[in-house]
Design a protein around this ligand. Sequence first.
Ligand SMILES: [Zn+2]
Length: 77
Amino acid sequence: MKQFKCDQCESEAMHIVERDEICHVKGDKIIVHEAVRLCDACGKRVFDRVLDSAIFQEAFEIYRTLHGRQLEPDCHL
Ligand SMILES: [Zn+2]
């Protein structure tokens, strides 16, 4: 298994938290429930391709439900 490392302080101690995050998608505010990986030492978010892509998928899905069409969201995390 790949070891994650904080690019801020290089700590390898980290935890995953679940929280609600507001995504801005083409002028809409979409709230997604996301899991993010945070560094234990400095609290900075650590990039996790699997977790982060799941957040985008959820935002896509909610947008499609709201508007009945699919669009590439401009999602700022
Ligand atoms: Zn850190």
